[in-house]
Design a protein around this ligand. Structure first.
Ligand SMILES: *[C@@H]1O[C@H](CO)[C@@H](O)[C@H](O)[C@H]1NC(C)=O
Ligand SMILES: *[C@@H]1O[C@H](CO)[C@@H](O)[C@H](O)[C@H]1NC(C)=O
Ligand SMILES: *[C@@H]1O[C@H](CO)[C@@H](O)[C@H](O)[C@H]1NC(C)=O
Ligand SMILES: [Ca+2]
Length: 239
């Protein structure tokens, strides 16, 4: 094997080693963990630190994405970045610098969501829904809905999915911009392949009982940490 390799140009050998390394990284280091009562802490502004979340799903007709997050950032940043090779912003929840302004992306098409009550240094429950039939997207922050807007209809989210928390993908699985990185805490990340009802979203937002995600489930979360991201206990305030 190595004898054969050495007859090839050094460039070919290093490319082969790189591919081997990438295969090992993606196949060996993702772990599955019950993160109930845990949070991810992103303590530092970098263009590298992130969590890669694993799903084997490659075809989504609809999405509901929910998580809780906490930050003091007042610049642009990504909250949830889902890419496929054919559409880098296949499903993206993005906070713009302006107070109360979000961007929701599906199938590389964006919509602005304005006037959201969103305080810094507070835990917020954030959900976003989209389905390929109506093409409508909606944001829910702390159980309060935004106006339903058309984004993209007719085609599913399709292809090998890469999900990144903490950074925004400008290329498939990479292309991170430090000025769009997330610094703060994140928890209770769930994703469903259907639109949740308003009652289910409100239950999620009020910490009441809800059906865990059938695409991503925080209680059986498959992920890989790259760089300085910590798994910590939820900080419960004294009653
Ligand atoms: C919402 O939560 C309440 C109280 O835990 C529960 O009884 C109800 O079934 C939940 N509704 C849905 C749609 O999950
Ligand atoms: C839900 O739990 C979080 C963290 O445990 C807390 O900050 C938030 O206030 C709770 N929300 C409600 C509506 O009880
Ligand atoms: C995860 O842990 C919580 C709390 O320890 C437990 O209630 C729940 O059943 C666990 N879920 C799974 C899927 O193991
Ligand atoms: Ca970007």
């Amino acid at each position: 094997m190595f004898l054969h390799c050495c007859t090839k140009s050094p460039d070919t050998v290093s490319k082969m080693l790189l591919v081997l390394l990438l295969v090992m990284l993606t196949s060996c280091t993702a772990i599955r963990q019950n993160l109930s009562n845990k949070i991810f802490t992103f303590p530092q502004e970098t263009n590298t630190a992130h969590v890669r979340v694993t799903t084997s799903r490659q075809d989504l007709r609809a999405v509901t994405m929910c998580f809780r997050s906490f930050t003091d950032l007042n610049r642009d940043y990504s909250l949830f970045s889902l890419a496929t090779p054919s559409a880098i912003n296949n499903f993206l929840i993005f906070k713009k610098a302006a107070n109360g302004l979000f961007e929701l992306w599906a199938r590389n098409k964006a919509n602005k969501v304005e006037g959201i009550a969103y305080k810094l240094n507070t835990w917020h429950s954030i959900c976003s829904t989209w389905d390929a039939t109506s093409g409508l997207m909606q944001l829910w922050v702390d159980g309060v809905p935004s106006s339903r807007k058309f984004t993209s209809s007719g085609s599913n989210i399709n292809g090998p999915i890469i999900i990144v928390l903490g950074q925004e993908q400008d290329t498939y699985g990479g292309g991170f911009d430090i000025k769009q990185s997330f610094v703060g805490m994140m928890s209770d990340v769930h994703m469903w392949d259907y639109p949740l009802s308003p009652c289910e979203i409100q239950n999620y937002s009020n910490n009441r009982s809800f059906m865990p995600g059938n695409v991503l489930n925080w209680n059986a979360f498959e992920f890989q940490i790259v760089g300085r991201v910590l798994i910590e206990n939820k900080q419960e305030l004294c009653q």
